[in-house]
Ligand binder design. Sequence first.
Ligand code: ZN
Length: 181
Amino acid sequence: MVMSLEARYEEFWRQSIKQLNEVVKATGLPIAPDEKGQYSLWYDVREMRLRFSISVERIKRFFEGLREGKVYTTRCKRCGRYYFPPQADCPYCKASDMDWVEVSGEGELLTYTIINTKPLTYSHYPDYVVAIARMREGFNVLAWLRVDDSRKVRVGMKVKLQVVKREPEGYLTYEFIPAEQ
Ligand SMILES: [Zn+2]
């Protein structure tokens, strides 16, 4: 039987607390190696749970776009500035006069980092690449870069922004893929 994500977190957390208690008892400090045994981490003994909710009422078009397999963003009608993720208001013009535009999806990789050590609720993903790319329209996008081998990632490579389903949670989001193989 496949354990649900929640059950996996709970189990992981239970084991972590048990191990942490043993480490504190043995050494007097809540310091232990990370999951790969490479680096020492300080494990706070207090648990903090955080789940936020924010209104997306004024940027609903963006989420409708994801369901259509398209990435939309906003562009100020007055100054022409693009915002990504979309914003309902332009901080420069102090106006709420925005156009919805579909992004080209064509970008060039500016920088990236490979996430080897993950927070608990990301611990079920294989190592992933977080990237920032400059889009053809002139704005930057931060997203995961989906590659089979992270050693192939190069600054300056062409990338394509696409709508994907993030598994195993099953929600729609956007990610980069290399545009050239
Ligand atoms: Zn503006």
